[in-house]
Ligand binder design. Structure first.
Ligand code: NDP
Ligand code: CA
Length: 322
């Protein structure tokens, strides 16, 4: 059996929650495109059978259904139409998919189409106000990376939540491109969260609370991380709250061995508006022992990236505290 991951409740983050307003569970996961895993990545220590789609898809679905997130943000999805959309639709989710313009999956023989980002929300929990499909730019030029942004309305409270999913350019040497893509995404998010707010109902007039999930392909030391943590949108990275000081990202969110060597890094994030939202709990990160000597993916972990999961609630609105 695969190692159990615990939900961790950071101290000092408990929010007053209402029976009728339960927390919103958010999952972020780069699930590893099937075509890339078999055809391009070169995971030399991963057993070939662990990459077989007919089995791997059940491990991915099992992980999603174990936690039943209200919002599910995925990258490297190259089986949207034949797998995730139909299965998750039958389980009450509404999905949206945006392919990369020139997906590297298309270079792989017998590919299943381009990979891209997918965003799912639970239909019983939210209705949809607006969707934006973005192709990210860098220095005014279009790039091969995309983002989906949706403004959702909570069915119970009418509160709005803006959710974004993205997958920035990979590899070292591309730090400046990632930073520019991040700047472009932040600019779009500023515009979307201010447009879709109505002056009467929001805690902070003019802005809708925001959650941004992504494989940023950037360590916390990179410029794009600094851009997100210091933007005018007031974003904090949820997984810092797993650390004892609340200030440190996990040691890794992906860990793999390629012919070029071992790569253990923190690339995936869940950003949230800290003035309007609070994190109740997070799914812990498996230990090095649980991951095992051959690293990821494996029979236990179907992707080279770990899923991130947290429960987020709306903070009490200021006028109710007065
Ligand atoms: P990226 O550099 O962003 O990487 C694409 C994928 O490769 C990511 O999913 C990434 O995974 C994975 N990856 C990262 N590092 C490695 C590695 N060392 N070995 C193998 N895979 C890795 O790709 P782009 O979006 O910039 O696309 C580049 C590709 O797009 C080209 O290779 C080409 O195939 C295609 N292309 C085609 C064009 C055309 O005209 N036909 C034009 C432009 C691009 P992760 O995020 O998990 O790290
Ligand atoms: Ca990948």
């Amino acid at each position: 059996a695969r190692p159990h991951r615990h939900l961790v409740y950071p101290t000092g983050t408990a929010s007053r929650r209402h029976k009728h307003n339960p927390a919103i569970r958010i999952m972020q996961w780069n699930i590893l495109a099937q075509a890339l895993g078999e055809g391009k990545d070169g995971f030399i220590r991963c057993p070939v059978d662990a990459l077989n789609w007919q089995e791997r898809k059940y491990l991915i679905m099992e992980e999603i259904l174990t936690y039943r997130p209200d919002i599910l943000c995925l990258q490297e999805v190259d089986h949207y139409y034949d797998t995730f959309q139909p299965i998750l639709a039958s389980l009450g989710y509404q999905g949206s998919f945006l392919a990369k313009p020139w997906s590297p999956c298309l270079d792989v023989e017998q590919n299943n189409g381009p990979d891209g980002c997918a965003l799912f929300y639970r239909r019983s929990r939210f209705s949809l106000q607006a969707t934006a499909h973005l192709r990210l730019s860098a220095m005014m030029l279009p790039t091969n990376q995309v983002a989906i942004v949706q403004t959702l309305i909570c069915q119970v409270t009418g509160q709005r939540l803006c959710v974004a999913v993205t997958h920035l350019k990979a590899r070292s040497g591309w730090e400046r491109l990632r930073s520019a893509q991040g700047a472009d995404l932040l600019q779009s998010l500023r515009s979307i969260t201010s447009q879709s707010s109505s002056s009467q109902t929001e805690a902070a007039p003019g802005t809708v609370p925001l959650v941004v999930c992504g494989d940023f392909n950037a360590e916390p030391s990179e410029d794009v991380y600094r851009r997100f943590s210091s933007s005018a949108l007031g974003l904090n990275s949820a997984y810092k709250l797993l650390s004892s000081d609340g200030q440190t990202e996990p040691a890794y969110t992906t860990w793999k061995i390629r012919p070029s060597g071992e790569s253990c890094s923190t690339l995936d994030y869940i950003w949230y508006t800290h003035d309007a939202l609070s994190v109740d709990c997070l799914l812990d990160i498996p230990t090095e022992e649980q991951i095992g000597p051959d690293r990821l993916p494996s029979y236990h972990y179907p992707s080279d990236h770990l899923s991130l999961l947290c429960d987020i609630s709306f903070r009490e609105e200021p006028h109710r505290l007065m």
